[in-house]
Design a protein. Sequence first.
Length: 402
Amino acid sequence: MITIEQASEILKKNAAHAEAEETDLTEALNHTLAGDIEAPFDLPAFNNSAMDGYAVRWRDIEAAAGGIPVEVVLTGESQAGHPFEGRLQRGQAIRISTGAVVPDSADAVVPVEDCAPADGERVTILQAKKRHQHIRFKGEEFSKGMIVAKKGVRITPAYVALLASIGIDRVKVAARPAVSLCITGSELVDHNNATAFGQVRNSNGPMLDGALNRDGARLLNSHHLGDDPEKIKNALASSALLSDLIISTGGVSVGHHDHVRSAAEAAGFETLFWKIRQRPGKPMFAARRGNCLLIGLPGNPVSAFMGYTHYIKPLLGYMQGQPFKRQTIVARMVGGVINRSERVQLNRVVLEQKEGELLPTARLLSRQGSHMPTTVAHADGYIRIKINQQIEAGEQVAVFLF
């Protein structure tokens, strides 16, 4: 039996890394960037106004900073997309819109609300603060050649907006890892079917399907194999030819009908580990054939979900060039807990953010059974309790988020 840290390192060492492919920016959402992207020009590309108001020469209206109104003559306008092409002279100003070009001859913008129009040709500046106020300067956000998106970042809607703003229409991304599912268990029926006495619905298949889609993988196929060792062997062998990763559920323990480990060996897989010193999910299994990694999750729904969350989710990101990491936050425990078992416990918690408090609280769910889907559906995440560790009420803990 190995530790959680050892299991993570073995999976990282044996996972295939995705090749780069090019795709349209509009199709790149949730992909991982395969290379740095440099800015092709300065942004902003020109000095522009942060406010609707009047562009002026500071030396003409500086007295307004001391509370003395100053009258200036309007000589034109700069609209967004339609710059003012003249040059301000002494005592002159132009109307200006947010985002419009600030002419080189102006060095301040006074908002409309700080002015009082005298007539159609003049305006009175009632107050001003400083030179260069309300001007967004060329290259203020980034300059030409600066890296604006680094290799390994996941492309979010915000990155799509950024790259679109600099004219990027195609990007190189990591190909989505190709994944096959092998669901075992003769007691399982499809989730939308009625059950006979002794049967249960397949919840692991739909759960993994949704999780893989969320985490950037490409699901090739999903095999429902019962407990037939020959079917399991053939499915593993055929899936290994096309898949970067195979995920199986069930059949990894020591029962008479647990055939995944022996079927994997018969299909040419080399065992990497079996059993992790944790609860839930102790009998997790990993093997490799060529560039294909097989991860065998336990069949209990909670064990399968926790195994996926703690290992496969960060592994999929790692395969696409992201760091292998789990998202955590710090919370304060409600009530104490002690782990007297010989395995690390991954216990589900509910978070609550109380008004006026900096940290949320984490409360253990009263039931932690590996056969109870409510213990993950009703939880926000889980805490890791080491062997013989005692956590006191009010103690700060790291919560791994689902």
